[in-house]
Design a protein around this ligand. Sequence first.
Ligand SMILES: Cc1cc2nc3c(=O)[nH]c(=O)nc-3n(C[C@H](O)[C@H](O)[C@H](O)COP(=O)(O)OP(=O)(O)OC[C@H]3O[C@@H](n4cnc5c(N)ncnc54)[C@H](O)[C@@H]3O)c2cc1C
Length: 296
Amino acid sequence: MLAEDVEINQDASDVNKRVSVKFHNGKTLEGGMFIDCEGRSSLTRKLANPEHPEACTLPYKFVGSIVELTPEEYHALKAKYDPLLFQGTIPSSGTFFWFSLLSSPAHNGTSNYQCQVNISWKLADGVANLPFESVKEAFAEVQKRTTGLHESLTVLRDKLLKTGEKNYMELCLGDWPFAEWNDHNGLLLLAGDAAHAMVMYRGEAANHGIADVKLLEGILESYLKEGGSWNKFAAKYQTKLRERAKPGVLMSRQACYDAHNWNKIVSSLAIGTNKGKSCTGDEVSTPLLSSRAKKS
Ligand SMILES: Cc1cc2nc3c(=O)[nH]c(=O)nc-3n(C[C@H](O)[C@H](O)[C@H](O)COP(=O)(O)OP(=O)(O)OC[C@H]3O[C@@H](n4cnc5c(N)ncnc54)[C@H](O)[C@@H]3O)c2cc1C
């Protein structure tokens, strides 16, 4: 059921009816506390943080699809790269490339491997981050952006371009860096992407959601043991969540910037891998960021 509105009534005589949630089908539910886990585009942030209810849009386009690889195609990739996940940047265009395995024939009931192929790129300064008008338009841009992709990976790009509308995915990249809200005397808590949406370039957003649940569980246990005012415990939840997740949002944003900045990648390779020595042409020709790539 889609929640359309959340109302908080501090003065309700029944503490179990202080929060009411209206649903699109006309139903209303009441409760003692509301935990907003509505994800990145949470509607309840209007109530939780009226000054900053919306996620911040970053100037990057992200297009992807689920593609099917035959066992031969998959094993050819696996022989060269990590079998589960690899990411890289196309030096000539600063376009980010992402591969991950979603399911194998042993689990998906087909004879093929299902994989995710995504690419993203920075928009030119001043260009608004608007959705493509059609999948055709998006794929034309993907074709242009992936010129220069390493030849061993073009099979993935070609599969992506052939998927059509069915598995096509376009994301407006954005985050919510505030991780701060008015909890209305402990009656409104946020968790998961609603509390700290972050872009996926460090792969940690869902992990923070799990950590939020663990944190809340501990806080509820302490409250039940120690008693007293719930407000103090709710405030502790928010403080601890913010201390952990806010840096995560900002580091993920930085990782997004860096993943599309080939010059920075090359200089960090020079510092990290080569202990200060300048890069040779060999590093520049590698398509991978990840050190998990297999040596051929
Ligand atoms: C391509 C991609 C790759 C990723 N990779 C990783 C990774 O490797 N590691 C990692 O940790 N994270 C990763 N993430 C992030 C991860 O997917 C999210 O952090 C996680 O799904 C957030 O979970 P959530 O429950 O907070 O929000 P969501 O998954 O967004 O769930 C929110 C739910 O609430 C529902 N909802 C929203 N509003 C309402 C409403 N008003 N009423 C009723 N229901 C509502 C939605 O329909 C949805 O089901 C990735 C994300 C993407 C897009």
